[in-house]
Design a protein around this ligand. Structure first.
Ligand SMILES: NC(=O)c1ccc[n+]([C@@H]2O[C@H](COP(=O)([O-])OP(=O)(O)OC[C@H]3O[C@@H](n4cnc5c(N)ncnc54)[C@H](O)[C@@H]3O)[C@@H](O)[C@H]2O)c1
Length: 264
């Protein structure tokens, strides 16, 4: 097993991509702290982790609040005595209005807090424990939209691009402590993330098929498992000498889809 006796914190691990990563890590022997605002889903995912092999616990935490982040990390350390892996996955689009003339200062701050400041807060709380052990694997979840937007969501894409800068800087700063810092850029992945825009869509399969056809060279949208595979590589010793790296997990994006280039 690739993560035997390892301990991971996964923010936003209750649902979607974070849950997929939690289950993948658990199957490789990892214990997982699910740090999330969604208590019912978080507890359920933690139970699923425990059923798979590693021990799962849920700790309630709003990753935009520094006190809650510190409390969560303190409890994780009391329970497991160490943190080997931090997956900064919590994030989303707090407001779908995204063009420059629509976004208020308040919406901007909300999105930057959720998608960028949260990563800073979690790294700041966890890294001292990693430094002590001279070991750590930090995996940030950005978005392909940070470098290749398909729609204008200026606050979200700016925040996710900030995650790239944070990743490169920390990879440099933390390399002497044997802490790697890498970032995944997901393309469209079918998760609850899409609920605000699909709640009134009658045929969701057709909706995602259309996105896939228009945007994704592989002609399908991704699954949490697709992201979990890349996360497992970055969390394990397979990537021992990889830091400051970005991995697009996006079905061939940002290449153009076939139809866009061949008579489409
Ligand atoms: N799904 C996609 O198409 C897609 C594409 C690119 C990037 N991403 C990014 O991947 C990550 C995971 O997305 P997803 O699709 O699984 O989203 P999701 O909405 O399905 O799940 C997000 C999880 O984060 C939790 N969360 C939200 N706000 C939080 C907060 N303040 N504190 C703690 N937890 C919080 C939610 O409760 C939920 O469990 C996000 O950072 C998202 O921006 C997703």
């Amino acid at each position: 097993m690739l993560l035997e006796n390892r301990v991971a914190i996964i923010t936003g691990g209750a649902m979607g991509i974070g849950r997929g990563i939690a289950l993948k890590f658990a199957a490789e022997g990892c214990s997982v702290v699910i740090a999330d605002v969604a208590a019912a889903e978080g507890k359920k995912t933690a139970e699923e982790v425990s059923q798979k092999g590693g021990e799962g616990i849920f700790l309630p935490c709003d990753v935009t609040a520094s006190r809650q982040v510190k409390d969560m990390v303190g409890k994780a350390i009391s329970k497991f005595r160490k943190i080997d892996i931090l997956v900064n996955n919590a994030g989303g689009v707090p407001d779908p209005k995204g063009s420059l003339d629509e976004v208020s200062e308040e919406q901007w701050d909300k999105s930057l807090n959720l998608n960028l400041k949260s990563v800073f807060l979690c790294c700041q709380a966890v890294v001292p424990h990693m430094k002590k052990n001279k070991y750590g694997k930090i995996i940030n979840v950005s978005s392909l939209g940070a470098v290749h937007p398909a729609v204008s969501v200026v606050h979200y894409h700016a925040a996710k691009a900030g995650v790239l800068g944070l990743t490169y800087n920390l990879a440099f700063e933390l390399a002497p402590f044997n802490i790697t810092v890498n970032v995944i850029l997901p393309g469209p992945i079918r998760t609850p993330f899409w609920e605000p825009v699909t709640k009134d869509v009658p045929d969701k399969d057709a909706y995602f098929a259309e996105i896939a056809k228009k945007e994704v060279p592989m002609q399908r949208v991704g699954t949490p498992e697709d992201i979990a595979g890349a996360a497992l590589f970055l969390a394990s010793e397979l990537s021992a000498f990889v830091s400051g790296e970005t991995i697009n997990v996006a079905g061939g994006l940002p290449q153009l889809p076939h139809d866009a280039t061949i008579g489409g």
